[in-house]
Each structure stands twice: as C-alpha cells, then as structure tokens.
Ligand binder design. Structure first.
Ligand SMILES: Nc1ncnc2c1ncn2[C@@H]1O[C@H](COP(=O)(O)OP(=O)(O)O)[C@@H](O)[C@H]1O
Ligand SMILES: [Mg+2]
Length: 355
C-alpha cells in the first residue's frame, strides 16, 4: 500500500526518505530516535491527521516554517504541505481544493502504548480516537466536525464578551445544535458497530470470554437543545459552552464493571488492543480490504503469550509498519524489511538498512 515516504521538517526530521516493504517493515531505534514520528508521518500523509495530537502545528520541526509529507500509496502520489498559515494538498500532482478524493485512498489503524488511555486516560484521547476512526468511516464526518468546532469557537467568543450579547450567542446555538446532533449520532453509531468486534478481539487476545460493553457518554443529554437551555446559568458563569459533543466520552465495561476503575493493568492493555483490532475489523469490512497497520512500540511491551495472540489476531493480509527499540523479543528474524534510525554527528536522523 504505502511504498515510499519522504518527509521534510517533520518533528525531528529535516529530510528523510524511506521505502516500505509491501507486507512488513520494521523500524528499530533508541528512545527519541524518531520512530513514533515516522509512523505519525505516515498517518499524516494518508489521513491528514495525527493520532497523537489534535494540532498539526506541533509536528512542524522546531525552527522550520512548514512540513511536507510526500509519498506513494496504492500507486497514488500523495503530497501534503502544512504551515500555520497555509495547507496544500495534491493527488497525483493535481492540487486538491477539498480532501475527499485524497482521503479516499487509505485507511489506517494506529496501535501504541498510549492506547491504554482509551480505557483510563483523559476524555480527550478518546475523542481523538473517535474522530480518527469516524473520519475514515463516514464521508461527511470531517466537515461536520469542522462546522461544529467553528460554531463552538464563535459561540464561546461571544460568551466571553462584555457586556454579554445574548442574541449573537443564540445565533451560534443553531449551527452548534445542528452539527452537534450529527456528530453525536455518528459517534454513537460507531461505538455500536465496534462493540461486538471488541468482544471478539478481547476473547482472541486474552483467551477469556468476557462480556465487554462500550458505553457512549455524550457531552449532552439526548435533547441537546434542552440541555443547552438548561446550562445557560453555568454558561454565563463560566463564559463558555459547557454541554455538547466537545465533552463527549465513552467507557468500556468488563463484566459489567467500568474497566478504568476495576480492571487490572493487563486487562486494560488487552481491552485497548481489542478496541484497535475492532477498528481494523470494521474498516476491513467496510472497504473490503485491510487497513494499513501502524504498530508503534507495542510488541516489546507485551508478555510472550499476549504478543503471539496479538500477532495472530491482526488481519493477516495487508501491510504493517512496526517500530521497536530492539528486536530481541522476536523468535525468528523478521519478514520483510528492517531499518535502523540513527543520529549522525550533526544530529540528523539517517536510516540504515539492516535486512
Ligand atoms: N516539532 C518538533 N521539532 C523538533 N523535534 C521534535 C519535534 N517534536 C518532537 N521532536 C523530537 O523528536 C524526537 C523523536 O521523538 P519520537 O518520534 O517520539 O521518538 P521515539 O518514538 O523514537 O522514541 C524527540 O527527541 C522529540 O523531542
Ligand atoms: Mg515512540
């Protein structure tokens, strides 16, 4: 799927080029060598989104103006330029006014150690996950999310003004409600679809048949309009919109108990992996081909049994890019290509081919 990637001024890389194996590429490197950044660059190239932050500004190399990701995915040439003031997309060298065709090319699942945040971290990590998956699954999601965020931003600005301007606030309530309803409906639908596959994946990875439920915790009650009206007093006190999908969350239950409070760390990790495997499953079913799998430093952290289970639970077809600090945990030498990221004496990251 992804055959080649060039990045410029992306995180710690000033300039790097890498060719991927059609099935499996391993990238080995010490801490802070740039392994996560490299997988992040693949996510940005294909999805225009980072699975680890909401703001692309952080991805621009310190001191540089803008970043470039440029690569070949399923024989399409994807190019993306981003700076604080400008973003530019091209598909097969033709500049794209909107991202629809560009984003239609690849689907991605990103596994990381930080996935445990899906179970016990702050709500922001779970909202980012919902956005990352929903924007791959539903064509209009990005636009709805943008419109919601715009309405929320403007409405909050009005709420902060002195003296208050209730009519302006009310004017922004309309798009807030409209797009908010749509967002909540799509997110609820996603969680409903994920749930049976989470149960299945959890059983596959843990060898235990636990009943898992994913419970959507919307940031507003079903009657969003009423919730917004009822929150008026709190709003005027805090001077911001306090209900709505920007406060959405979800919670995983194992044996009918909230996993963030009752499950062991091992179970929480397994549950987080199960959510990602479920994501891979529904993307594969929807698009009739397995998504690209980015596995960031996950295998080395798992015990042998769970590592093997995870390996066998991954979609067997499809391409995977794997990072690790070392490969000594592997029983046999890895299939495909192996690279090592090193720093040269000037601090530039360079790739060495190992096999
Ligand atoms: N915007 C940025 N500009 C320059 N360096 C950055 C930027 N963001 C992160 N880094 C640096 O990139 C390095 C690689 O980070 P990371 O990819 O997380 O490493 P790894 O996953 O190999 O541990 C770190 O030293 C980090 O401080
Ligand atoms: Mg890392």
């Amino acid at each position: 799927m992804v055959s080649k990637l060039t990045v410029r001024d992306f995180r710690c890389f000033s300039n790097l080029e890498i060719e991927f194996h059609p099935e499996s590429t391993c990238i080995v490197g010490r801490n802070a060598s740039g392994k996560t950044s490299l997988l992040e660059a693949v996510a940005v190239l294909t999805r225009l989104q980072s699975p680890r932050t909401n703001s692309l500004v952080q991805l621009v190399r310190l001191g540089a103006k803008g970043l470039v990701t440029d690569g070949f995915v399923s024989d399409y040439h994807l190019q993306f330029y981003y700076s604080k003031s400008r973003r530019k997309l091209a598909l097969d060298a033709v500049e794209q006014k909107n991202a629809d065709s560009y984003l239609g090319i690849a689907r991605v699942v990103y596994f990381a150690n930080s996935d445990i945040d899906l179970i016990r971290g702050a709500g922001e990590a779970r909202r980012r996950f919902l956005d990352f998956v929903c924007s791959q699954l539903f064509k209009n999601y990005r636009e709805v999310l943008r419109s919601y965020e715009k309405a929320l931003y403007s409405r909050n600005r009005c709420l902060k003004m002195m003296p208050t301007r209730p009519r302006e606030v009310a004017a922004y309530s309309k798009p807030l409600l409209q797009f908010g309803h749509q967002l909540m409906a799509l997110r609820a639908f996603l969680l409903e679809r994920l749930e049976p596959y989470v149960v299945e994946a959890f059983a596959a990875v843990s060898d235990r048949n636990e009943t898992a439920t994913l419970r959507y915790r919307p940031g507003a009650t079903a009657d969003f309009e009423k919730a917004l009206r009822d929150s008026a007093e709190e709003e005027s006190r805090l001077r911001m919109t306090v209900v709505g999908p920007h406060r959405d969350d979800f919670q995983l239950f194992l044996y009918s108990q909230p996993a963030d409070l009752f499950a062991s760390e091992g179970q929480q990790r397994t549950a987080a992996i199960a959510i990602k495997l479920a994501q891979a499953k529904i993307l594969e079913l929807e698009f009739k081909k397995p998504p690209l799998l980015l596995l960031d430093d996950v295998f080395g952290e798992l015990d042998l049994v769970r590592r093997n289970r995870l390996f066998s639970a991954l979609p067997s077809r499809g391409q995977r890019l794997v990072t690790a600090t070392h490969l000594s945990w592997l029983e046999s030498s890895p299939a495909g290509k192996v690279y090592c990221i090193k720093e040269d004496p000037l601090g530039e990251r360079v790739l060495e081919t190992m096999s």
